[in-house]
Design a binder for this molecule. Structure first.
Ligand code: URA
Length: 210
């Protein structure tokens, strides 16, 4: 798996405010959106485009337009939903699919409780949005779901990743075209499967505890 860790002072600054336990939910949501837009810039570097003829007020020229079918963006509910706006701002003509996945807090196993995706993902670039790559269980299940629908080109965007999660995802998909773009690789996971230092529970910090 190709891993790109964004190395940018603005991303590091915004991440620090995001991590701070004193940051409130409205600010947290706003920062997640901004961070995802910045990470999406890297993640979409190989988005498919094709030549397009246009006329400027001065002369004809050949530009580019995004190829059809357009990419599919898949936020993993619940926390991935907070990343959607920041991504579609950059790619407003992408299609959006949804995967609802929940992690059992004891076994740390991920299971799917909802899905709404195109039936056939052959030839579609797929972007998975999940803020925290912790054990890797949720992301592995989500990637497998998309591979089973025919996807061959998958990019996961995670705001913070653990070394354990990166290894688990890489080991699970050694020969597939799966990439990860992340804002930071933290130190480790704790015994509860939380990233250290991380930022706590991303879903709770985005939406409150329900
Ligand atoms: N999910 C989160 O929201 N935070 C973590 O640290 C790990 C998983």
């Amino acid at each position: 798996m190709k891993v790109h860790v964004a190395d940018h002072p603005l991303i590091a600054h915004k991440l620090t405010v995001l991590r701070d336990e004193k940051t409130d939910s409205p600010t947290f949501r706003h920062l997640v959106e901004e961070l995802v837009t910045l990470l999406s810039y890297e993640a979409t570097r190989e988005v498919k485009v094709e030549p397009k003829q246009i006329k400027t007020p001065v002369s004809p020229m050949t530009g580019v337009a995004m190829s059809k079918p357009t990419p599919v963006v898949v936020p993993i509910l619940r926390a991935g939903l907070g990343m959607l706006e920041g991504m579609v701002k950059l790619m407003p003509n992408s299609e959006i699919g949804f995967l609802g996945m929940v992690r059992d807090e004891v076994t740390l196993q991920a299971s799917t409780y909802a899905n709404r995706l195109p039936k056939d993902l052959k030839g579609r670039q797929c972007f998975i949005l999940d803020p925290m790559l912790a054990t890797g269980g949720t992301l592995i299940a989500a990637i497998q779901y998309l591979l089973d629908l025919g996807a061959t080109d998958i990019i996961a965007i995670c705001i913070i990743s653990s070394p354990e999660g990166i290894k688990a995802v890489g080991d699970a998909f050694p020969n597939t075209n799966v990439h990860l773009v992340t804002g930071a690789v933290d130190e480790k996971l704790n015994e509860h499967g939380y990233i250290v230092p991380g930022l706590g529970d991303a879903g709770d910090r985005l939406y409150g505890v329900v």
